[in-house]
Ligand binder design. Structure first.
Ligand code: SAM
Ligand code: DTB
Ligand code: SF4
Length: 342
């Protein structure tokens, strides 16, 4: 059972001296993870632009003139080509995003087919398609979707300053449906939207106090896109960002924390401190959904300097090992499961 986080304790965490906070985060990190391993995911936008939502940070909203080229749903062979390339470059998870408010019923069979085909390549699958109903969540889970990404982005209070076309409650409801369907949850936020420290605190409290904590928590730094209402927002200070990563690690000690969008605007030292503060997952490949990301080569260089290795443990190889050892994994918690796989 994970610790429940109240306002007082979370505020105290954020007020800690920087190095005390980092030290506590490192201790938690090392308790549950190998600090020299990193989970690697690759993103693909399977349907780009013309989104009816008004998220003020997003280049894909139809409300803003960002010069983005719209693309209908990609063909299956285009998706599989990108997935194979991601696998060959060392990714273990393939994350597919669609600029939708929600998927339509007519899209479901095709989405199921995509999931099945990408899994055949030997990759974990993740999708982010907007709001889901119970039936859709069950169908995606049934097709084998491992993760569903659905970010809360910021605090419930600040949410309506960023998005007016949906509510925080709707986001939480979709997360519930995803959890009930048996899929793993990927949910996090964006820093640098002009939020207060209190908003960061409230976001992390909401995520960490979910009935089961998200298995994956992406922490994005706003990528300022010309043409969006957020294009001139003030930068978040790098140390403030690192604090958020450390607090996330302490509050969700067993979750993978993804140093998500915004790495292109971070130097290597900032990224290294984020890894030290507990981030252990990244998006790999020179494109996020529509915005840029460091090249594979640049990341390989950074990994070399930091002696970081891709985390293949969560893939089938381990499941196979566990099976051969005849272990009853259903009785193991996450840490025991990982240890058993070593
Ligand atoms: N339309 C779906 C939705 O919003 O749930 C899925 C795709 S949406 C692009 C996925 C996530 O990308 C958003 O929830 C947001 O956290 C993140 N994102 C979008 N634009 C961003 C930006 N400019 N900088 C950082 N993160 C961004
Ligand atoms: C997440 O938290 N960040 C990713 C993924 N989940 C879907 C998306 C980042 C998008 C950055 C802007 C773009 O590429 O359009
Ligand atoms: Fe649409 Fe998602 Fe972008 Fe919001 S974040 S505008 S829902 S694609």
């Amino acid at each position: 059972m994970n610790q429940k986080w109240n306002l007082e304790d979370t505020q105290k965490l954020f007020k800690k001296p920087f190095f005390d906070l980092l030290f506590e985060a490192q201790k938690k990190h090392r308790k549950y993870f190998n600090p020299n391993k990193i989970q690697i995911s690759t993103l693909l936008s399977i349907k780009t632009g013309a989104c009816p939502e008004d998220c003020k940070y997003c280049p894909q909203s139809s409300r803003y003139k960002t010069g983005l080229k719209k693309e209908p749903l990609l063909k299956i062979d285009q998706i599989l080509k990108a997935a194979k390339k991601a696998k060959s470059l060392g990714s273990t998870r393939f994350c597919m995003g669609a600029a939708w408010k929600n998927p339509k019923e007519k899209d479901m069979p095709y989405l199921e087919k995509i999931i099945k085909e990408v899994k055949k390549i030997g990759l974990e699958t993740c999708m982010t398609l907007g709001t889901l109903n119970n039936f859709q969540a069950k169908r995606l889970a049934g097709a084998g979707l491992d993760f569903y990404n659905h970010n809360l982005d910021t605090s419930s209070n600040f949410y309506s300053s960023i998005i007016t076309t949906r509510t925080y409650e709707e986001r939480l409801n979709t997360l519930k449906k995803v959890r009930n369907s048996g899929m793993k949850i990927c949910s996090g936020g964006i820093m640098g939207l002009g939020e207060k420290i209190q908003d960061r605190i409230e976001l992390l409290m909401t995520l960490s106090n979910l009935s089961i904590q998200p298995e994956s928590v992406p922490i994005n730094m706003l990528v300022k896109i010309p043409g969006t209402p957020m294009e001139n927002t003030e930068d978040i200070d790098s140390f403030e960002f690192i604090r958020v990563i450390a607090a996330t690690r302490i509050m969700m000690p067993q979750s993978y924390i993804r140093l998500s969008a915004g790495r292109e605007n971070m130097n290597e030292q900032t990224q290294a401190l984020c890894f030290m503060a507990g981030a252990n997952s990244i998006f790999y490949g020179c494109k996020l959904l529509t915005a840029g990301n460091p090249s594979e080569e640049k990341d390989q260089n950074l990994f070399k300097k930091l002696n970081l290795y891709p985390d293949y443990k969560i893939q089938n190889i381990d499941a196979e090992k566990i099976k051969n050892n005849n272990l009853n994994t259903s009785k193991l918690n996450k840490k025991q499961y990982y240890n058993a796989a070593l």
